[in-house]
Design a protein around this ligand. Structure first.
Ligand SMILES: Cc1ncc(COP(=O)(O)O)c(C=O)c1O
Length: 446
């Protein structure tokens, strides 16, 4: 806990740190995270070449800055902005920073509106489902906005249009709609939420913008569900965020925030700095950031293009759906989500199962190295504890098969040990093989 008095040889320091890190979990077996845990060697080489660059030094590293700009334009087009070259956007450290920026823009716009109408601003509130990721609760607390969380109810595990009327008023700075809930990977109905807000505006005159938290979904839906209406095609959607380090296929940590147009972002949130040479508009919470992640994102977009990203995200989906079917067939598990929206499988124990919990399943899987989180759902459904598996690029059909074997074995073991009454898969019944990642001569994961 203290800085050592003496220096040591680099090799010795390397060994000490390296050996200690062996006790960390294996990132590839971490089925809990949405974050990318595998990239190609070419991407790693580019990241290595850019490690010494600071992304904020735009004047010094103009090509890195140009790559960031191109990524913003690509995302604006992917998310169907009416004028993609007029969008404002930036890279961030992840979706959390993007959420803070998007929330701040909503807050400033609301305050400007209230002031120009000569109305007392009052205390702002932000409406969202109780399923939102913690970054939105942080935004509300850090920036003094009342979080209005629409609770989950039986069978409804994310925000829908129904209760919006009861939660929105003249002090609502915006509604957050999540494309790809962290809890179960489900998509909120952004289009129906927008329509409900249109109706609210017709009735009351209150015009409430929508921000889409597409941390995962904004990099999945455009390729797998291109006809799903959730992005800038909906006029009420003013901004979108995504994590480049999730389904954008880049190692942590990079995120993106894109606003519909320049008018959406208040001037006062853009800072001009001149001490790096030239006049630089900056929008962001932090200043220095690694350039390597921006370079890696540009590589991923260039490398895979539409067809590659479609192929990878579809493959994740087919593995997730096959995994869901097999998990349901084991016996004591019921699916909450089956991987058909985000490639995420969420499941819980059937009410008849006794003697062990999902927390025991999670702990016992860990003995084999698998990291599968078990957690209870938020307010109103805290009675329900689930396990979640995120199928990401690099989680091959072969790895999924090994995971299933272990899950069956762990379930058998817990059932025998604790005498559960559930009936497991009939003896001798063979599980179906999962789709292989190595098909058609194209190996996409190591
Ligand atoms: C829906 C959603 N929003 C925001 C975040 C925060 O993202 P990040 O880890 O990129 O800050 C997550 C992370 O899982 C998420 O699932």
């Amino acid at each position: 806990m203290e800085l050592p008095e003496e220096e040591m040889e680099p090799e010795a320091a390397y060994r000490l740190v390296h050996d200690e890190l062996m006790l960390d979990g294996n990132a590839r077996l971490n089925l809990a995270t949405f974050a990318t845990s595998w990239m190609e060697p070419q991407a790693r080489a580019l990241m290595d070449e850019s490690l010494a660059k600071n992304a904020v030094d735009r004047e010094e590293y103009p090509q890195t800055a140009a790559m960031e700009e191109r990524c913003v334009r690509m995302l604006a087009r992917l998310w169907n902005a009416p004028f993609p070259d007029a969008c404002v956007g930036c890279s961030t450290t992840g979706s959390s920073e993007a959420a803070m920026l998007a929330g701040l823009v909503l807050k400033h716009r609301w305050r400007e509106r209230r002031r120009s109408d000569d109305l007392d601003p009052g205390r702002p509130n932000l409406v969202m489902g109780a399923n939102v990721q913690v970054c939105w609760k942080k935004f509300a607390r850090y920036f003094d906005v009342e979080p209005r969380l629409v609770p989950l109810e039986n069978g409804r595990y994310h925000l829908t249009q129904e209760l919006l009327d009861q939660y929105c008023d003249q002090n609502t700075i915006g509604v957050i709609s999540v494309l790809g809930s962290t809890l179960d990977g489900s998509y909120e109905p952004v289009d129906r939420i927008c329509t409900a807000l249109d109706v609210l505006q017709q009735r009351t005159g209150i015009d409430i913008p929508v921000h889409v938290d597409g941390a995962s979904g904004a990099m999945v839906a455009p390729f797998v569900d291109p006809d799903l209406d959730w992005d800038f095609r909906l006029h009420r959607v003013v901004s979108i965020n995504a994590s480049g380090h999730k389904f954008g296929l880049v190692y942590p940590s990079i995120g993106w925030a894109v606003w519909r147009d320049a008018e959406t972002v208040p001037e006062e949130l853009i800072f001009q700095v001149n001490y790096l040479g030239g006049h630089m508009p900056t929008l962001g919470l932090s200043f220095s950031r690694p350039a390597s992640q921006v370079v890696a994102q540009y590589y991923s977009f260039l490398r895979y293009g539409h067809s590659g990203l479609r192929r990878i995200q579809e493959r994740c989906h087919s593995i997730a759906r096959a995994l869901a079917e097999e998990i349901a067939a084991i016996g004591p598990y019921q699916l909450l989500s089956d991987g058909s929206q985000l490639p995420v499988v969420t499941f819980h124990l059937t009410p008849e199962t006794d003697g062990f919990t999902v927390f025991d399943v999670s702990r016992t899987l860990r003995e084999r190295g698998w990291q599968v989180p078990a957690y209870t759902l938020p307010h109103n459904r805290t009675d329900l504890a689930v396990l979640r598996v995120v199928v990401r690029h690099g989680f091959s059909g072969e790895l999924a098969q090994l995971f299933l074997d272990d899950l069956r074995r762990v379930t058998d073991q817990l059932t025998n040990q604790y005498g559960s009454r559930v009936i497991l898969r009939a003896a001798g019944q063979k599980p179906a093989p999962l789709p292989s990642m190595i098909g058609g001569g194209k190996a996409i994961a190591g």
